[in-house]
Design a protein around this ligand. Sequence first.
Ligand SMILES: Cc1cc2nc3c(=O)[nH]c(=O)nc-3n(C[C@H](O)[C@H](O)[C@H](O)COP(=O)(O)O)c2cc1C
Length: 225
Amino acid sequence: MHDDNNIILLLVGSPRGKRSTSNAIAEYLESKIKETGCKTRRLMLSPLLLSENGKTDIINSLKEAGSIVLAAPLYADGLPSGVLELMELVTERADKKDLAGRSLTVVINSGFPEAKHSELALAMAGEFAKEAGLSWHGGLIFGGGEAIKGTPLREAGGRARFLREALDLVASSLAKGEAAPKEAAALMARPFVPSWLYIFMGNLGWRVGAYKNRAYGKLKDRPYE
Ligand SMILES: Cc1cc2nc3c(=O)[nH]c(=O)nc-3n(C[C@H](O)[C@H](O)[C@H](O)COP(=O)(O)O)c2cc1C
């Protein structure tokens, strides 16, 4: 861990902000880190990236932190534009020596049930860490993020069981300034239900949504044809 400061900075990279699964992950992780006595700070990237003051706040927070955690969703097999903007901001505005000694841990959640869809996005984050001079403290991927849909993980029952167990391990590693153990990544990537059941429930969710919005009879409409 960085000598001068032991703040663990949690960055939420979802445009959904506080209502996101990324934030539910960051919030739970933050609460577990706090139990160890470490100081934390959690920031929503999207609103901060809209202003110069916000961008300065991000850069200053990165410089103050000892460890950085980024929680983000998978967008089009990659990272959301706000996260890409963060990466550009850091490589343009922060000198490698400013960030030397800081670690980066990344947690990506996807809509598809198989965690492996996020492997490419994780590799992108790993390249960023190299470019920015951050030491890579592990990447973790979670499939089926829509089953959480921003629900606080303590209230999310069995569907978040492996996710919570993995984050418990990540929290204690972060508190010790160590990289996330492989066991945590394996736990997080473990499917909490079979894929067919997730897809069945997902389809049911869309149908219920359509019914509530009086659009059930329009599901096969093709208005732009
Ligand atoms: C624009 C967009 C692109 C997406 N692309 C993917 C994708 O390529 N693969 C996938 O599994 N999920 C994809 N998703 C689904 C999100 O990753 C998923 O809903 C995730 O749980 C959202 O997390 P959040 O609440 O932290 O934003 C996409 C969602 C949006 C809005």
